[in-house]
Ligand binder design. Sequence first.
Ligand code: AMP
Ligand code: MG
Length: 352
Amino acid sequence: MVRMMETSVIDMTAGIDGTEMARAGRIIREGGLVAFPTETVYGLGANALDEEASAKIYAAKGRPSDNPLIVHICEFSALDKIASQIPEAAVKLADAFWPGPLTMIFPKTEMVPYGTTGGLDTVAVRMPDHPIAQALIEAGGGYIAAPSANTSGRPSPTKAAHVAEDLSGRIDMILDGGAVGIGLESTIVDLTGEYPVILRPGYINQSMLEAVIGKVKMDPGLTADDPNLRPKAPGMKYRHYAPKASLTIVEGEAQAVRRKINELAREEQKAGGMIGIIATQESAADYPIGIVKAAGTRTEELTIAMHLYSILREFDELGVSKIYSEAFDTPQMGQAIMNRLIKAAGHQIITA
Ligand code: AMP
Ligand code: MG
C-alpha cells in the first residue's frame, strides 16, 4: 500500500533554487522520494544505501521487485564504496563518457542493499550529466537509486508533467528542470564478464564504446524472438513503454513505407477506428488519414529520440485504436530508438 501524500512540484527551469535543493536533499537523506531531471529521462530518486527507501520506489511505481535500480553518483571517487572491483575498462569508459548517459555494472559491496539491486550481487552505476541531478545527488548524500519516474509499464517521462501524471500523490517532490535533452534511457554495459556486453542500447552506441575499449558485444537476449533467450538486464524482459493502442512498425524503403501505412490506415478507418501515425517532418504531409505526429527530423536523430515517449503518451490520451510508426534505423541512435519502439509494439513489425 502506498500512503498518499502531497507532492511538491518545484520549478527549477530558470536555475537551481538552493533552499529548495537543500530541502530535496533532506527528503532523500530521511528516506523519501524525489523525482528529478537527468539528460536521459526523469528519474525517481531515493537513498540507494537505505533498503527501506529503495522499497518505496518499487511501491510508488508498481515496479516488479526483481527489476534492479541504477545508483547515481556525482563524483568518480564515490564508486569505491559501492563497487568491489573496478576494471580498467570502466576507468576508461568513465573518462570518456562520465558524466553522461552510460550505466556500468560492477560487483557490489556490502554497502549496497539487495533491496536496491533486486537481489543481485551486482550494482548498476551512472553519473548523470545534468546540473539538477548532480546537485540533488550531492545534497542527498552521494548515492541516489533512480529508475525512470513513470508508473511501471508506461513510457518513461521526458518532462516533469509526465512524472506528475503518473506519480502525483505518491512521492514527496518533483524537481522540474524542463524537457530532457536525450529522451531515451542510458546505455547499460556489463563489465563483470569476460568481455563487455551492452545490456540496453542508448545514446552511447556500440562503436562509440569500441573506440575506447575495443570489442563490445550486444546481449543476444535483446533482439531474440526466442522467449527462452532472456535479456541479461532484468528490466529488459518486461513489456515496457506499452501504449494503450496496438502499435505496428512498418519498415522498408521510404516511399513503400508511406504507401503501406496509408493502406493500413484506410482499412482501420473503414473499420471505424481512430488512427495515430508516427512520422517525421520529412514525411508527415504524405499521410492524409489519421492524427499524424512528426517525432522529429531524420537529419537530426536526437529530435526523434526526444519526442518518442511523449508522442506515445499523447496517443494514449487521445484514445486512438491503432498506431502505425515508421521505422527509425538512424546512424547513431537507431539501435536504441528501435529497441524501445519494438518493445512498445510488442514486436509487431512488418516490411513494406
Ligand atoms: P530504469 O532506470 O527504469 O531504466 O531501469 C533500470 C534498468 O537497469 C533496468 O532495465 C534494470 O534491469 C537494469 N539494471 C539495473 N541494475 C542492474 C544489474 N545489476 N544488472 C543488470 N541490469 C541492471
Ligand atoms: Mg524504466
